[in-house]
Design a protein around this ligand. Structure first.
Ligand SMILES: C[C@](O)(CO)[C@H](O)COP(=O)(O)O
Length: 226
């Protein structure tokens, strides 16, 4: 019996925000991290991964010139984002819609551009699970919560969500199409609302999000340990 041909797996890398909490003179994703901008690390992680067939970078309008050069360097496509994270995700899905509808793309991962240290192993775990349903990398909740008065069942459900998150492309597109006014901060929350099963995979402590100046210093330190 011949297998149905598989579609492509595409990674969307979000850099549509301003990154103002960093207090820098430019978007935090354009700050230098060991010789290249933060966002270049994120794009490269997916562009160089064998399970990823294409990368779509979503950028803030003010940064499109510099982001275009980064996208070109790694063979990624670039699209302008919206005013919020969900708007940027919708802009990406709109760009991918024809290829998703034709079946050329069957799996989509969505990643915070401000998580430059995502590892090949984590991308593999998420890409593999995303073919079968929603997927979310999670780290255990911090120890403080273990000492709280929460009952174990509630505590056991807590965790720190990371990206990349993803799922089957048609499910993801339909979930956003039908979400109405809902605006969630996590990609998989759209899938959950649409009734698509979401499973957790192990996140990674090193997959930090660069938001404040100490995060950038920590990213430098983590890179030095690689
Ligand atoms: C996972 C996440 O919610 C996706 O938007 C986000 O990365 C969480 O980041 P936070 O800085 O830990 O809130």
């Amino acid at each position: 019996m011949s297998k149905a041909p598989r579609g492509q797996t595409v990674a969307v890398v979000l850099a549509g925000g301003r990154g103002t909490r960093m207090g820098a003179d430019r978007n935090k994703v354009l700050l230098e991290l060991d010789g290249r901008p933060v966002i270049a690390w994120s794009v490269a992680a997916f562009a160089e991964h064998p399970a990823i067939d294409g990368v779509l970078l979503v950028g803030h309008r003010d940064d499109l010139d510099v982001l275009q050069a980064i996208a070109d360097e790694y063979g990624a496509a670039l699209v302008a984002g919206g005013a919020s994270r969900p708007d940027s995700e919708r802009a990406a899905l709109a760009q991918l819609r024809p290829a998703i509808e034709s079946g050329a793309i069957d799996t989509v991962l969505i990643h915070d551009g401000a998580r430059p240290l995502v590892s090949p192993d984590l991308i593999s775990r998420v890409a593999d699970a995303a073919r079968r349903g929603g997927v979310l990398p999670v780290l255990p909740a911090p120890p403080l919560l273990e000492r709280s008065t929460m009952q174990p069942p509630a505590a056991a459900r807590l965790g720190r969500a990371q990206t990349p998150q993803g799922g089957p492309a048609t499910d993801l597109m339909a979930a956003y199409d039908n979400a109405g006014e809902y605006a969630g901060t996590d990609t998989v929350s759209y899938l959950e609302r649409a009734g698509v099963p979401v499973r957790a995979v192990d996140g990674e402590e090193s997959n930090i999000k660069v938001t404040y100046p100490p995060d950038l210093r920590r990213a430098h330190a983590l890179l030095a340990q690689r």
